[in-house]
Design a protein around this ligand. Structure first.
Ligand code: HEC
Length: 137
């Protein structure tokens, strides 16, 4: 465990591969969550920042503000944002599992969503990003 914490505390490319190995072969999402690095997730968020703010009370951009998104009801994080009916109908709350599926392919998870983002192919990148989102709220 200590080893994992030490490895999770920095974020070079080699370190990422070490974290990937530590998660084991064919890792579950939970195993990836255990080695996830929120600071690397923060750098991945720069791709989201083209359309999303994440600061508390920050205005919506092309997409809704994402402060406190983890655990919040789907399509309700911003009271001002005009969500698609497709996303409104998805219902439920943003659990780690659902966020992982959304970030894999928004269009596959919610056909008809207006989120114009192709998805993140690397499961470890998604785990890192979810770890970062959890720190913002
Ligand atoms: C090209 C613009 C764009 C990019 C890039 C983008 N998004 Fe979005 N996002 C949107 C739009 C637009 C919506 C609203 C979708 C709808 O109503 O169907 C949205 C919705 C969301 C929601 C749902 C919010 C809620 O209140 O339920 C989450 C979560 C989200 N985005 C996360 C992300 C993350 C994380 C990234 C980076 C990996 C990202 N988005 C990249 C445009 C974008």
């Amino acid at each position: 465990m200590l080893l994992l914490l030490v490895m999770a505390s920095s974020c070079s490319a080699g370190d990422k591969e070490a974290r990937r190995r530590a998660a084991g072969s064919n890792p579950t999402r939970a195993a990836l969550a255990r080695v996830a690095d929120a600071s690397h997730g923060r750098s991945i968020f720069s791709r989201c920042a083209a359309c999303h703010t994440i600061g508390k009370g920050a205005p919506d951009a092309a997409g809704p503000n994402l402060y406190g998104i983890m655990g919040s009801p789907v399509a309700h994080n911003s009271s001002r944002f005009g969500y698609t009916d497709a996303l409104r109908r998805a219902g439920g709350v943003w659990t780690e599992d659902r966020m992982d599926r959304w970030l894999t392919s928004p269009q596959r998870f919610v056909p008809g969503t207006s989120m114009g983002f192709p998805g993140l192919a690397d499961p470890l990148d998604r785990a890192d990003l979810v770890a970062y989102l959890k720190t913002q709220g």
